[in-house]
Design a protein around this ligand. Sequence first.
Ligand code: SF4
Ligand code: FES
Length: 345
Amino acid sequence: MSEEIKKFKITIDGQTTEVLPGTSILEAARQIGGKSVPPAMCYYKPLETSGGRCRTCLVEVSKGSDADSRPMPKLVASCRTGVMDGMEVKNLTSEKAQEGRKAVTEFLLINHPLDCPVCDQAGECHLQDLGYEHGVEGTRTEFERRTFEPEDIGPNIKLHMNRCILCARCVLAANQLTEEREHGILFRGEHAEISTYLNKALDNDFIGNVIDVCPVGALTDRTSRFASRVWFTKPVNATCKCEKCSGKAVLWMKGDEIIRVTARKDQYDEIVDWICNECRWERKDIKLWDIEGPRHIDRHSVISLNHYEKPKNMVSLLDNPDAKELSPADEIESEEKTDNNFKLM
Ligand code: SF4
Ligand code: FES
């Protein structure tokens, strides 16, 4: 008979859950869901050894464990810190963690150009979202920003090194999906950069996935550059018969035209099924796909603009437990009342 593994209890922002030993605080937070989940710019569950590089997932551990209730002296990276039994963590409820995240955002933006108006990642960029939530209005640093010699990494992928935040996701994805070393991080500290070293093209059946794992606009799809702002395109789930991959993808449509093809992602923007280059770049004809239907947009971002859908349960979105969803008749009544109030004034 297999021995039952004792689960660890963890409380995050006052909500308690139980997880298996070895689970990170970030994964435990994802189990709880909602606003207590810290943002993650470098951690990517499908990629082994990801995380620990960006520090956007900082949280405050206010109680170490039941065995040792002392708080941890510094903010910790939740993606790389394991849960202990009885641990208590503060994310949204911690002023220190919010201040820390603000500082990390400022740090990440020191060299990152604010070129969102011309960047294809705008609307899907995690740094853009982080900037909106934690960014400061002005800069406190006056010095020349990092610049790089442009490197050509092939006909399908565009590298903008000055936008890179060195999260290493693309390197881990390439290492995990391809047999040969495709590219890596060269040099150290301020001089570190993503490079193929010999200016060669990234070329492998699954290499296109590096575009999808990049949290910013450092790696973008050359075949759809400047074709449309992402919020003007309509994403649909589609499948095709593919021998190399699952053939499950998202087609980003502009009218009847397929602007680009990407892998499907979950609510944390992590790829569910890696897709091959053929599906991504050689099947831009709608006749080659079976359309499943419009894609649900999970992200709270500018990308969800123009993609209206009614939340399944509006009542659950409200704090008031007695609140009920308005019927069309209620709305008319409420409008009439408002009009009458104006008439009385
Ligand atoms: S290119 Fe993108 S995925 Fe690769 S390290 Fe830079 S930010 Fe991360
Ligand atoms: S997501 Fe945890 S350090 Fe980057």
